[in-house]
Design a protein around this ligand. Structure first.
Ligand code: ACO
Length: 325
C-alpha cells in the first residue's frame, strides 16, 4: 500500500509586495535582492487572513481536484511555524473550517522542512493501513514574524499555502521513501527568540524585537546547499536511482542561489527542476506544496514520473522525499 497524491492545491494572498515597494521601506535595491536571492516579489496576507485561512483555501482546492469531500478525510497534518495561535495546532482550526469531522489533526514544527516532515508522517499512517485519505498542508504567514526594519531578512520571505490530498492505493505510484534529519546544535542560526518559555512575553522582549525571525544568512546558506545535496543523493541512492532518472526535482524555494548551487552539484539539467521563488519568495513550509500544485496544474507531472523533493530549514531540519507520480 502506498500513499499517492490524488489532488493538489495552493493559495497565494492577493497582495503583491515587489522589491521596489521594499526599497521604500529599508535601505535596499531591486538589483541587490535579485542578484543575491532571485526574488522579485512576494505575497502578503490581508489583515483578516490568518495562516488557517490560507491553508483552508489550498486544502479545499486539493479536495476539489480529487473529487473528495472533507468529511472523508482521516487525518490532517500541517507544517507551519507561523500558526494562528501558539496553540492549539492550526491544523485543528483547519479541520473545523473545512468540516473534516472525522479527521484527527496536528501541526509539525520543522520550519521550512515542515511539509516534507508532515508528508512523511501521513505516509506512515496510510501505508500502514491507519486511514485512507490524508490532507498534508504547508502554510505560513511569515510577514507577521519578520522584522520589516531588518533588510537582512525582510526581503526573503512571503506568505502562502499549499496542500496535497494523499490516498492509500495499491500499485507503483506514491511515496517511495522519506529521509529526514535534524541538527539542533545550530538552532540559533535561524530561529524566533520570543515568546516561548525561554523568553516569555515582556515589554523588554517586544522592544528587543524578540518575536521576529533571527538568521545568520551566510552560515544558513552553506548548511542549506550541503544538506539539500546530501539528502537528495541519499533518497536517490536508497533506490539505486541517479539524477538522470528524475522527472522533476522540487527543492525548497529559499532563494535562487541556494537552489542553483544545489542543482549544479546534483547535475540536474535545465527543465528538470522547478523554480517559482522569483514570484513568491521563501514561504517556508509552503514552498514545496505550492510548487507541486503549480507543476501539476502546469502539466509538468506525468503518471510514472519520478519526483524528488528536498527541503532545509530552521532547527536545523532537512529532508528528501522520493515519489512515483
Ligand atoms: N539590501 C542591501 N544590502 C543588504 C541587504 C539588502 N536587503 N541585506 C544585507 N545586505 C548587506 C549586508 O548588510 C552586508 O553589508 P556589509 O558588508 O556592509 O556588512 C552585505 O549586504 C553583504 O551581506 P552578506 O550577508 O555577506 O550577503 P550574502 O551575499 O551572504 O547574501 C543572503 C545574504 C541573501 C541572506 C544569503 O546569505 C543567503 O541567501 N542566505 C540564506 C538565507 C536563507 O535563504 N534563509 C531562509 C531561511 S533558511 C532556508 O529556507 C533554507
Amino acid at each position: 500500500m502506498k500513499a499517492r497524491i490524488v489532488g493538489t492545491g495552493s493559495y497565494l494572498p492577493e497582495k503583491i509586495l515587489t522589491n521596489f515597494d521594499i526599497e521604500k521601506m529599508v535601505d535596499t535595491s531591486h538589483d541587490w535582492i535579485v542578484t543575491r536571492t532571485g526574488i522579485e516579489e512576494r505575497r502578503i496576507s490581508a489583515a483578516d487572513e490568518d495562516t488557517s485561512d490560507l491553508a483552508v483555501k489550498a486544502a479545499q482546492r486539493a479536495l476539489d481536484m480529487a473529487g473528495v469531500s472533507a468529511d472523508e478525510v482521516d487525518l490532517i497534518v500541517m507544517g507551519t511555524v507561523t500558526g494562528d495561535y501558539p496553540w492549539p495546532a492550526t491544523a485543528c482550526l483547519v479541520q473545523a473550517k473545512l468540516g473534516a469531522k472525522k479527521a484527527f489533526a496536528y501541526d509539525i514544527s520543522a520550519a521550512c522542512s515542515g511539509f516534507l516532515f508532515a508528508l512523511s508522517c501521513a505516509d506512515d499512517f496510510l501505508s500502514h493501513g491507519r486511514g485512507k485519505k490524508a490532507l498534508v498542508i504547508g502554510a505560513e504567514v511569515f510577514s507577521r514574524a519578520i522584522d520589516w526594519t531588518d533588510r537582512n531578512t525582510c526581503v526573503l520571505f512571503g506568505d502562502g499555502a499549499g496542500a496535497v490530498l494523499l490516498e492509500a492505493q495499491e500499485g507503483d505510484s506514491g511515496v517511495l521513501s522519506s529521509h529526514l534529519h535534524s541538527d539542533g546544535s545550530h538552532f540559533e542560526m535561524l530561529y524566533q527568540p520570543g515568546f516561548g518559555t525561554r523568553n516569555p512575553p515582556s515589554f523588554e522582549g517586544l522592544e528587543a524585537r524578540l518575536t521576529f525571525l533571527r538568521m545568520q544568512g551566510n552560515e544558513v546558506y552553506k548548511f542549506a546547499v550541503r544538506s539539500l545535496t546530501e539528502v537528495s543523493k541519499e533518497a536517490l541512492n536508497a533506490h539505486g536511482f541517479s539524477s538522470e532518472d528524475v522527472g522533476l526535482f522540487i527543492p525548497h524555494q529559499a532563494n535562487l542561489r541556494i537552489l542553483e548551487a544545489t542543482v549544479k552539484r546534483l547535475k540536474f539539467k535545465a527543465g528538470q527542476y522547478f523554480v517559482n521563488v522569483n514570484k513568491y519568495g521563501n514561504t517556508s513550509a509552503a514552498t514545496i506544496p505550492i510548487a507541486i500544485d503549480e507543476a501539476n496544474r502546469g502539466g509538468l507531472l506525468k503518471e510514472g514520473d519520478l519526483v524528488l523533493m528536498a527541503s532545509f530549514g530552521g532547527g536545523f531540519t532537512w529532508g528528501g522525499t522520493l515519489l512515483r507520480w
